[in-house]
Write a protein that binds this ligand. Structure first.
Ligand SMILES: C[S@@+](CC[C@H](N)C(=O)[O-])C[C@H]1O[C@@H](n2cnc3c(N)ncnc32)[C@H](O)[C@@H]1O
Length: 294
């Protein structure tokens, strides 16, 4: 081809205009590249954070991270997964249930511009740290304490229900709700209230991403093979519990999940198995439900 000239079809081929399908693919690829670039930039900004821009290590321990490196790595990986699964942009309206000390809010704070981000947790110091360090920098971020009577994440007192709510968000106003490693710490009574609130606040086209310990044959086989989690006990129909405090374990069978989701006005549109019980095909540690309003 001459410099600056048109590409000519070679002998025996036909000259074709790009079809609408190919042009559509090109447009989508460009949008996806831009979105990926945004994810990478946010993850780079996250990794550049140093104390005091990061929560203190004792707070990281409270939410299950054993070092700043682990905190940043898990934050970056999960943030990237959430943005892709939710097709999130700077204008997205998001709720982070169990926002802890901002492991997810930190990378999102580099992305959300004219959107809204609400975090909520029973961890008072975590909520305060997020308000003072993230909301102060990005006004799209609000953090709300869940006032609970039985704070069994911090006390050995599971078994009594609390009043859980997302009253800071109005009906159908949210695009994406996620709860990372939170339903694994909730008794059914509390979980059900969050599910009803998710159904109330999620927009018709919105999505919820909820991680869980799904009790299934893979789990029972895992217990038999490894001798781990033998203390996990059935406490009510399809609802299993073990341990206490920060280690409190709550798991549900698929039938139970489908029932409580259905009763709350939600439906499952996707499921990923978790590696926590050596389940085949897993990409994440916990099982994941993708949920939408019925
Ligand atoms: C394993 S940590 C995960 C924290 C956060 N989602 C993350 O990935 O960094 C579990 C979190 O759930 C919070 N939590 C426990 N019970 C809760 C409840 N009823 N409502 C909201 N958050 C709760 C804990 O305080 C803690 O921050």
């Amino acid at each position: 081809m001459k410099r600056g000239g048109q590409a000519k079809p070679s002998r025996g081929t036909t000259s074709l205009e790009k079809s609408a399908y190919i042009r559509g693919q090109e447009k989508k690829a460009a949008e996806y590249d831009a979105a990926l670039g945004r994810i990478d930039a946010c993850v780079r900004a996250l990794h550049a954070l140093d104390p005091p821009e990061l929560p203190p290590e004792w707070m990281m321990n409270v939410i299950g991270s054993y070092s700043p490196e682990h905190f940043k790595n898990t934050a970056g990986w999960t943030f990237s997964e959430l943005v892709r699964r939710g097709r999130l942009t700077g204008s997205s309206r998001i709720i982070d249930i169990g926002s802890g000390c901002g492991r997810m809010a930190l990378p999102f704070s580099f992305m959300i511009e004219d959107g809204e981000y609400y975090g909520t947790d029973v961890f008072r110091e975590g909520v305060e740290w997020c308000s003072e360090n993230i909301s102060a920098r990005n006004p799209a971020f609000e953090f709300h304490l869940q006032e609970v009577e039985k704070n069994y994440y911090f006390q050995d007192s599971a078994g009594v229900g609390n009043k859980m709510g997302l009253s800071f968000a109005s009906d159908k106003s949210i695009d994406f709700i996620f709860a990372i490693s939170v339903f694994t710490h909730l008794i059914e009574y509390d979980a059900v209230q969050y599910l009803r609130e998710i159904a109330r606040t999620l927009d018709k086209s919105g999505l919820a991403y909820l991680t869980t310990f799904l009790i299934d044959d893979f789990f029972f086989d895992y217990v038999k093979r490894t001798g781990k989690h033998t203390g996990v006990q059935l406490v009510s129909d399809g609802h299993y519990q073990a341990y206490s405090g920060q280690d409190f374990f709550a798991g549900f069978t698929m039938d139970r999940w489908l029932k409580i989701l259905h009763d709350a006005g939600l439906e499952v549109i996707g499921f990923d198995p978790g590696s926590w019980a050596d389940k085949p095909g897993s990409l994440h540690f916990q099982d994941v439900f993708l949920v939408a309003v019925k």
